[in-house]
Write a protein that binds this ligand. Structure first.
Ligand SMILES: [Zn+2]
Ligand SMILES: [Zn+2]
Length: 154
């Protein structure tokens, strides 16, 4: 499926108020069993994929702001109080913000097919180490900290 078609399906779901979220999977990612870059869109009862040789980070940057608002790419001024996220950010500082060949993270929503802790918000980090942070509620500020460095906006 073409990435443009997938993005327009996400926009349609957002406009209709239907649940949706996406994943940007690089080769080597724990959630990716192929050698392609895979952009996954999870809709209510339907999962769509777009495969490509290069990562579709521009589509990710567009959709993450559609999903969470533009503030998702503006980190809070205060440092995180969450030890798991602090460890992720420290490792990202060593590997480089936006260096997505070295690290990435996943935001696994309560209904996400990949979430090992259904009903929670799980942040799965893959860098030199694999780390997890699990939240009962949407961790908006922690997501902003991570998305900002993921898209190299810090
Ligand atoms: Zn991954
Ligand atoms: Zn998902």
């Amino acid at each position: 499926m073409k990435i443009e078609a997938l993005v327009s399906r996400a926009k349609a779901a957002q406009a209709a108020g239907d649940p949706w979220h996406f994943h940007l999977l690089f080769p080597g990612c724990k959630l990716n069993n192929s050698k392609d870059h895979v952009f996954v869109l999870e809709l209510a009862g339907e999962t769509l994929e777009s495969r490509s040789a290069e990562p579709q980070t521009a589509a990710g940057e567009e959709l993450v702001q559609l999903q969470f608002g533009k503030k998702i790419l503006r980190p809070p001024a205060a440092p995180t109080a969450n030890p798991a996220v602090a460890a992720m950010l420290q490792e990202i500082g060593e590997l480089g913000a936006g260096n997505l060949r070295a690290w990435h993270h996943h935001v696994l929503l309560p209904g996400c097919a990949f979430n090992p802790h259904p009903g929670t918000w799980t942040v799965l980090f893959e860098g030199k180490t694999v780390r997890e942070a699990v939240f009962d509620e949407e961790p908006r500020e922690e997501l902003a900290r991570l998305e900002t460095v993921y898209y190299g906006k810090n």
